[in-house]
Design a protein around this ligand. Structure first.
Ligand SMILES: Cc1cc2nc3c(=O)[nH]c(=O)nc-3n(C[C@H](O)[C@H](O)[C@H](O)COP(=O)(O)OP(=O)(O)OC[C@H]3O[C@@H](n4cnc5c(N)ncnc54)[C@H](O)[C@@H]3O)c2cc1C
Length: 248
């Protein structure tokens, strides 16, 4: 199973209010970035599908973002994605949802996949339309708001959240699926101390055998000495400097 996950780097919502440029756009250079939360759900769902697939498979991240995005995408790779594709070009700056859909669709034409997974919307732009635009441009079946994704024998079936419960819809692959939080469902099991075979008196602060006795900031560093002379003299100056301090 080959899955491409659309992953947009967005300003970290936990870092407080987004800074805006004079033109009223998000100041991306001045805001710490993270992977869009809804795209993380899609990534988790993709990893789960590949893990469950008898033939295994690969998860590829696809992002259209400024050139500093690799830093942000590394976190998504650490979650288990196999590779990332970043479309970046200064000429893309200011792209709206339609041009973003066109560019991502063009990138997908160059890739091989059974499924494309996307988030429902982003925490910055929040248009919620890029995925549908890509599906329309590429002529892919579009299955939105999936709370469960079940691929089998060339088809994909999803449970789509509806006002009254779930709609079950099915389409041939390749297809584009918008995953919701429900689709990730990698299990986290919770255990209390009483569930484990540990003497209750041995862990925790009261039983700790190490304690913090104090802390202080490191000394201020002295002024930096810069050597700006031809290389042979510079080498001698560096050696003398280190020798005076008995470092060599
Ligand atoms: C140089 C550069 C500068 C940019 N500057 C900005 C900016 O200032 N503000 C801004 O909002 N956007 C910026 N973008 C990205 C792009 O313009 C937006 O992604 C686009 O407008 C999407 O709108 P949205 O957030 O409403 O998407 P939505 O329709 O809400 O997105 C739905 C889903 O589509 C997928 N998706 C959306 N956008 C992308 C993407 N770029 N890459 C991968 N998957 C995606 C995700 O899975 C997402 O959950 C920039 C891109 C580049 C290359």
């Amino acid at each position: 199973m080959r899955i491409v996950v659309l992953t947009k780097p967005v300003p970290d919502p936990a870092a407080g209010q987004e800074r805006l440029t004079a033109e009223g756009r998000v100041d991306r250079a001045g805001s710490p970035a993270v992977v869009n939360g809804n795209d993380e759900y899609a990534l988790e769902a993709a990893l789960k599908l590949v893990e469950a697939s008898p033939d295994g498979g690969e998860v590829t991240l696809l992002a259209m973002a400024p050139s500093n995005a690799p830093e942000t995408l590394r976190k998504a790779l650490a979650m288990g994605a196999h590779r990332g594709v970043l479309v970046t070009d200064p000429a893309l700056e200011g792209s709206d949802t339609l041009s973003t859909a066109r560019v991502l669709a063009a990138a997908l034409r160059e890739m091989e996949y059974d499924l494309v997974l996307a988030g429902a919307d982003t925490s910055d732009g929040g248009g919620g339309v890029v995925a549908a635009g890509i599906a329309a441009i590429l002529g892919l079946p579009y299955l939105s708001y999936a709370a469960r994704i079940e691929p089998a024998e060339g088809r994909v079936r999803v449970r789509r959240l509806s006002a009254t419960g779930f709609d079950v819809i099915e389409a041939p692959m390749p297809a584009l699926v918008v995953a919701t939080q429900g689709a990730r469902s990698k299990e986290i099991t919770t255990r209390a101390l009483s569930d484990l075979d540990v003497d209750g008196a041995t862990p925790g602060g009261a039983a700790a055998t190490a304690k913090v006795t104090g802390s202080r900031k490191p000394e201020q560093r002295g002024a930096t000495k810069v050597v700006r002379v031809p290389a042979p003299e510079a080498a001698k100056a560096v050696v003398d400097f280190l020798a005076q301090r008995r470092i060599i």
